[in-house]
Design a protein around this ligand. Sequence first.
Ligand code: SAM
Length: 266
Amino acid sequence: MPATTAHNLLTDNPELYEARFPDPDRLAGRWTEDRLRRHGAGPRVLDMGCGTGRDAAHLHRAGRTVTGADLSEAMLAHARTHHPGPRYVRADLHRFDLGPERFDAVVCLDSALLYCHTNDQLDGFLASCRRALAPGGLLVAEMRNGAYFLGRTDLLDTPAVHAFTWQGTAYRSTTTLTVDRTAQLLRRTRVWTSDDEAEPVVQRSAWRLLFPQELRHLLTAHGFDVLELHDGPGPRTEPPWQEGLSPGTAADADRLHVVARLAAPR
Ligand SMILES: C[S@@+](CC[C@H](N)C(=O)[O-])C[C@H]1O[C@@H](n2cnc3c(N)ncnc32)[C@H](O)[C@@H]1O
């Protein structure tokens, strides 16, 4: 019987996370920096759900003053050691207050925003961003697109199997996605096996299924003007974003990208 863990195997093993989701060309960091430049953001950036810190460190190298925040102590410890430069702090994206410091941008990459499962958590996140941002500050986020699942079952029909080797051990993950329509969540069950005789580990997590117009409404209600809302190109689209490519206008494919500016108080 496989062990079931309430912990997130990947976020508890940041090196495994980077091995499973490699980004050697720092595409996510470069895309984010391009968004920040295109919309004229100032230098102070908060990366919420910063994970291993690789994007925060890229933005630091681009000349920004970066704070990376995550709930996982393991991720923060890894980030401090392997991706130095930014300041790393523990914070919950459901509701956070980093004190009187103000940021010119909050970034939230690779579906970290979708760990806000409930409407209260989404409201808490956006209210916290609003408090943390200087007037005219930006929110830049990149995530799964809930609308992709309307009428499409390709990601639900067959478990996705990935095999890779990390530190001499061959790992295999089998991921099954199901839609919980009542909670509006995409639930994920991932079973990990390895060739080192360890017991299989079952890991369960979920993302909010957030729809483009729902996100636009939430942002507007929290005082943001939406500058970009589209399905790509972005760092996790196929084909991926490259320097010089302009944002699209559709929001149909499986990734959603948003840039919003905190409107000046009226
Ligand atoms: C899919 S990873 C993305 C990490 C990073 N942004 C990237 O693009 O590589 C999601 C991250 O969100 C963090 N996370 C999950 N729930 C959170 C919460 N409530 N508050 C802060 N961070 C959270 C996890 O620890 C994990 O590092």
